[in-house]
Design a protein around this ligand. Structure first.
Ligand code: ADP
Ligand code: MG
Length: 404
């Protein structure tokens, strides 16, 4: 599926309505932005549009105001930070679809940038209200979606507005679709999937999509416990989804039959408490003491996973190998992250915690792609069509309408 992008439109003298992901974290109890990565990720699209002579009306949400105005969730600090990053003024209006927003949009010069108020202050946004979507769209000549992180939601600014205007992907959205879509459609082989995180139940559908598609599947993290239990191991006090042991056993068989062998850890790091400095032990999976919890893959498994992953053509990774937030349960996650960073494979990281882990260990720059969308990347890998992507024009349509 190829979508029209910002590069398939003549922007001279035109006004763009751009949905961006500015859902940034703040220092606790303040209006000081603690991490502006999401704002920086939107810069290439904004810069491109300005260079092409467009004016830019940015639309975003912040937090969960539930359809009500909330002074703590206004986007003004984001406008200030964006202005610093662009080296240009970014006016902000406390409005999204009213007269104030319209007046500010209409007075923008080519290259001008405006930020609308938190679009979730209006209950119509999350309801995908058609009149609200039309009102947003009426602020501009064309619609751009660069907010991959909310593309799995059908809201007025992420989906509805796209139906009223020429609608295309921003550069960040384009990159997300290219890398995640590449894994599903035309991966460099062999393709490995590395799945971890807390629960099997979060990953059922991804497992389903990747079995028969990936060449090997590696399992770690909390979800490994239920798989090990299904293989007859005693797992002590580890995270267990009892109702899914049958599913795990079947999945192992189905996967082997579909030529996607599932590899489980041969050893694990266990402790009785999830606590920094708690006494830990690395044990073979057949010798987990009663009362112990699996909190990381073991050193032998980490070494084997790292070695095998490094030999792949592409690797998609969703879910940390252990409780990486707490030392010393970070080692398995760090080891596979390091191996992926050093490998020549196409490496695609999805999932909020996995992205956080890769960044924490300093390997983010060395991955082919770290997705900016936690939930959205998971749904994409499940094979679901994301409403915010589906609503964009197809590349072929835009070429035909341009007469080429
Ligand atoms: P992502 O956000 O990347 O999709 P998940 O949300 O599925 O990842 O899982 C992340 C969480 O899983 C982390 O908070 C991590 O501490 C937890 N986790 C990993 N391994 C274990 C384990 N063995 N036991 C309990 N929790 C774990
Ligand atoms: Mg998560």
């Amino acid at each position: 599926m190829t979508k029209r992008t910002v590069r398939d439109f003549d922007w001279r003298g035109k006004r763009a309505l751009v949905r961006v992901d500015f859902n940034v974290p703040f220092e606790r109890g303040t209006r000081r932005i603690s991490d502006d990565v999401r704002i920086r990720e939107a810069l290439p699209t904004i810069a491109y549009l300005r260079e092409q002579g467009a004016s830019v009306v940015l639309c975003a949400h912040l937090g969960r105001p539930d359809g009500k105005r909330d002074a703590n969730l206004q986007l003004e600090p984001v406008a200030e930070r964006l202005s610093e990053l662009l080296g240009a003024p970014v006016p902000y209006v406390n409005d999204a679809v009213g007269d104030e927003a319209r007046a500010a949009a209409e007075t923008l010069e080519p290259g001008g940038v405006l930020l609308l108020e938190n679009v979730r202050f209006w209950p119509e946004e999350e309801r995908n209200d058609p009149a609200f979507a039309a009102a947003l769209a009426s602020l501009a000549d064309a619609y751009v979606n660069d907010a991959f992180g909310t593309a799995h939601r059908a809201h007025a600014s992420t989906e509805g507005a796209a139906h009223h205007l020429p609608a295309m992907a921003g550069l960040l959205m384009e990159k997300e679709i290219a890398f995640l879509g590449g894994i599903l459609e035309s991966p460099a082989r062999p393709l490995a999937a590395l799945l971890g995180g807390a629960k099997v139940s979060d990953k059922l559908q991804v497992l389903g999509r990747l079995i028969g598609h990936a060449d090997e599947l590696f399992v770690g993290g909390g979800m490994a416990g239920t798989f090990l239990k299904a293989q007859g191991c005693e797992i002590g006090a580890s995270l267990l989804e009892e109702n899914l042991t049958g599913f795990c056993a079947e999945t192992m068989e189905r996967a082997a039959a579909a030529s996607t062998p599932i590899t489980l850890p041969e050893d694990v790091v266990v402790a009785e408490r999830i606590e920094e400095g708690a006494p830990t032990e690395a044990v073979p999976v057949g010798a987990i003491p009663p009362g112990a919890m699996i909190l990381d893959i073991g050193p032998r498994a980490a070494e084997r996973y790292a070695r095998r992953l490094a030999a792949m053509g592409s690797v998609v990774w969703n879910g940390p190998m252990g409780v990486f937030e707490v030392e010393p349960f970070h080692r398995g996650t760090q080891a596979v992250a390091e191996a992926l960073a050093a490998s020549g494979a196409v490496t695609v990281i999805g999932g909020g915690s996995t992205a956080e882990a890769v960044a924490r260990f300093g390997f983010a720059e060395r991955m082919s792609h770290v997705s900016t969308g936690g939930g959205a990347s998971l749904e994409f890998l499940e094979g679901k069509e994301l409403p915010g992507v589906a609503a964009l024009d197809d590349a072929e349509d835009s070429r035909r309408s341009a007469g080429t």
